[in-house]
Design a protein around this ligand. Structure first.
Ligand code: HEC
Ligand code: HEC
Ligand code: HEC
Ligand code: HEC
Ligand code: HEC
Length: 296
């Protein structure tokens, strides 16, 4: 049989096979990367809103609480976007002539709501609920980032399945006292900034505003300059003139802590997380990561 292909084309065929394989792999990796890229997830992008509403101005600047505008976040699956009336409460008097606010005035005059573009938008086949998250001690900032520092709203996290699962596998890392869910600057407890918590006995009725089963404080419930503080200062070699003189003057026995027995002190997120997991009755990871939890 005549040789149609010479030896070199054999090598060529092999090479092209390898090349095809490589291309398939590279394509796969690229598509995977692309799927996670901000270009697809819209993470970090600012939408072209009808009005350049600034959370930084209204939250950090004016000190407005999230609930003032997102009224249903504790009691429903939706946080809700405020109606024009909420803006008019102030803007009937403030910045009344600003061109930026023309769409607000138009909306108020015509009754047609402002067409805000959704920044966060899960696919319809995913079940999500704000109420349970905020009532179980997940702060707005854990999912939405430092909203108080955003001149224009953007998505801090991807909202992809992997992101949800990451937390559902170990929620303890992100649990905080429910009294702190709106606190944009909440930081995990540490040795220098401990947190004290106690059960309130009120139980979690499941109806807002936020589970009340635990009360926490960042102030030592046994009194400001409790024994811990004194001990810390002694350890670090710090001198507190008042405390020192008080000790030498009076020969009374050392102050006994007045802390209610039920208060526990936490100096790490690990310990606080474990405590809140049990107090808030957080389900185990295998239940929280089961498909039916989010796809029903
Ligand atoms: C004065 C009213 C007001 C206050 C206070 C306010 N927001 Fe908003 N928020 C809005 C408006 C209006 C929008 C829609 C326009 C936009 O996306 O910027 C919005 C949008 C959002 C969105 C994105 C919604 C989407 O489209 O996906 C998040 C998240 C959000 N707010 C979180 C917060 C948090 C957290 C706080 C408190 C720290 C807060 N907001 C305080 C008015 C407010
Ligand atoms: C509690 C009162 C209050 C409410 C409610 C309020 N605003 Fe404002 N807004 C202000 C004040 C005060 C300023 C001026 C801030 C400045 O210049 O420091 C302002 C400024 C603005 C500006 C000018 C740009 C900027 O951020 O400085 C826009 C746009 C605006 N608001 C939109 C809205 C919209 C939309 C709503 C409703 C979702 C709203 N505001 C609700 C008080 C309010
Ligand atoms: C566990 C994560 C998580 C927490 C905690 C959380 N959010 Fe959201 N938020 C989301 C997701 C996911 C969406 C998109 C929901 C959708 O598309 O159905 C969203 C959407 C929103 C929206 C758009 C309107 C809506 O209701 O869908 C607003 C406003 C909002 N969040 C405000 C808040 C505020 C205020 C807090 C704190 C009190 C908060 N969120 C806490 C994850 C979270
Ligand atoms: C930062 C942590 C965190 C993130 C991120 C998070 N969750 Fe959760 N989620 C929780 C906690 C805590 C609970 C409450 C668990 C319990 O009560 O047992 C919960 C509960 C739920 C529930 C159960 C609701 C019910 O009524 O049974 C659903 C559904 C859910 N999350 C969906 C989501 C989805 C979808 C996302 C991503 C878009 C998400 N979560 C992201 C922490 C988180
Ligand atoms: C904590 C909530 C949560 C749980 C639990 C969960 N998913 Fe998802 N899933 C999501 C979210 C959110 C999306 C949307 C992702 C996106 O928009 O990119 C999603 C998307 C999907 C998709 C669409 C394809 C994709 O990846 O975008 C499939 C298929 C899927 N999930 C299957 C499952 C299966 C199977 C399980 C059980 C092993 C499961 N999910 C458990 C939240 C969850």
């Amino acid at each position: 049989m005549a040789q149609v292909f010479d030896r070199t084309s054999n090598a060529l065929a092999r090479a092209s096979l390898v090349l095809t394989g490589l291309i398939v792999i590279v394509l796969g990796v690229t598509l995977d990367q692309l799927q996670r890229s901000p270009w697809v997830t819209r993470q970090g992008q600012r939408a072209d809103q009808p009005i350049p509403f600034s959370h930084k101005h209204h939250v950090e600047g004016l000190g407005l609480q999230c609930q003032y505008c997102h009224t249903s976040v504790e009691v429903s699956s939706y946080a809700g976007i405020p109606p024009t009336k909420t803006c008019i409460n102030c803007h009937a008097q403030i910045w009344t002539n600003a061109a930026l606010l023309q769409p607000v005035r138009d909306s108020w005059a015509t009754g047609a709501s402002i067409q805000w573009i959704k920044v966060h938008d899960l696919p319809d086949y995913v079940y999500f609920n704000h109420e349970i998250h905020v009532n179980k001690g997940i702060g707005c900032a854990s999912c939405h980032g430092r909203v108080d520092q955003m001149p224009l709203m953007y998505m801090e996290n991807t909202l992809q399945m992997e992101w949800c699962l990451n937390c559902h596998r170990n929620p303890a890392e992100n649990l905080r006292p429910t009294s702190e869910i709106y606190n944009m600057a909440w930081a995990a407890p540490s040795t220098s900034k401990p947190v004290w918590c106690a059960p309130t006995g009120k139980g979690d009725s499941g109806t807002g505003p936020t589970a009340q089963s635990v009360a926490c404080t960042s102030k030592d419930p046994s009194g400001q300059a409790g024994p811990e503080v004194a001990m810390l200062q002694a350890q670090s070699g710090m001198k507190m003139p008042q405390a020192a003189s008080a000790q030498t003057v009076s020969d009374s026995p050392p102050m006994t802590p007045m802390m209610p027995a039920s208060y526990q002190k936490f100096t790490s997120q690990n310990d606080l997380g474990r405590y809140l997991t049990s107090q808030y009755h957080i389900r185990p990871p295998n239940e929280l990561t089961s498909c039916e939890t989010c796809h029903r």
